[in-house]
Write a protein that binds this ligand. Structure first.
Ligand code: ATP
Ligand code: MG
Length: 253
């Protein structure tokens, strides 16, 4: 369902002026390759600055790759970004970016409209998601004063309004308490059970061990190991993913 082919991103950081102008190239992601099947959760594990967000933003067509591509449900990301967009959902951790002045329902509907959904179809889907996520009481309240957990639920509903087959999560539990993080974990498991392909970034080992079928360790923009938890433990002779991670990433490579 997801095939990533030599995907790379080089950022150009320009500083100084005139003759002293310097351009520094930042190789944020270097020719990474991996694939994810339907019903599979792939964890992208990496330190701060490893290239996780850059990778997910490219896969979600929010950032243009410098080279390489990915096929999402057989569709080439570079050639048909619009087509790809209709098949994916992305959930970010941290500030979820709702419109404060709009109600929960309006926030969700806005995304549905961006995905060309018809009003009837969207209304039914919003009611269903509100019920499922327990948002009925505040569906018609403005989002500005919502608690973090309430905002998180609205953002979940918003990213799955069009029922995408492919889901990307970028550190979705960062800053959440245990209950809110659990909600996200359950949601990821449900995506898997529904046969969606999931890519999920984190630097929390236990989260990755709990949720992922396979793990790709990304370090300084390159994927340095990929496999199931058991395969990685076997190959790198570690007791835990943390052992393996520290061994691979912490040796000054
Ligand atoms: N717009 C940008 N312009 C220049 N450099 C950037 C830009 N976005 C990211 N980078 C650089 O690319 C590298 C990878 O960043 P990225 O945000 O993908 O890391 P990350 O793995 O998501 O880290 P974190 O765990 O801190 O979220 C970093 O060196 C970062 O400074
Ligand atoms: Mg990030």
């Amino acid at each position: 369902m997801i095939e990533v082919k030599k995907l790379s991103k080089v950022f150009k950081d320009v500083h100084g002026k005139g003759l002293k102008k310097l351009t520094k190239e930042i190789h944020a992601v270097n020719e990474i390759e991996f694939s994810v099947k339907a019903g599979e959760v792939l964890g992208l594990l990496g330190e701060n600055g490893a290239g996780k967000t850059t990778t997910l933003r490219m896969l979600a067509t929010m950032l243009k790759p410098t080279s390489g591509t990915a096929f999402i449900n057989g569709v080439d990301l570079i050639r048909e970004p619009e087509h790809v967009r209709s098949q994916i959902g992305i959930l970010f951790g941290g500030e979820v970016g709702l419109y404060d002045k709009l109600t929960a329902r309006e926030n969700i509907a806005y995304f549905g409209a961006l995905n060309n959904m018809k009003k009837d179809e969207m209304d039914t889907r919003i009611e269903l998601l509100a019920k499922k996520l327990g948002m009925e009481d505040y569906l018609d309240r403005r989002a500005g004063k919502f608690s973090k957990g309430m905002k998180q639920k609205v953002s979940i509903a918003r990213c799955i309004i069009h029922d995408p087959q492919i889901m990307f999560f970028d550190e979705p539990t960062s800053g959440l308490d245990v209950t809110a993080a659990r909600l996200i974990h359950d949601f990821i498991k449900e995506c898997k059970d529904l046969g969606k392909a999931v890519v999920f970034s984190s630097h929390t080992m236990h989260e990755v061990e709990k949720l992922c079928d396979r793990i790709a360790i990304i370090h300084k923009g390159s994927i340095i190991a990929v496999g199931t938890i058991d395969e990685l433990k076997e190959k790198y002779q570690g007791e835990t993913i943390e052992d393996i991670f520290v061994r691979l990433v912490g040796d000054g490579r």
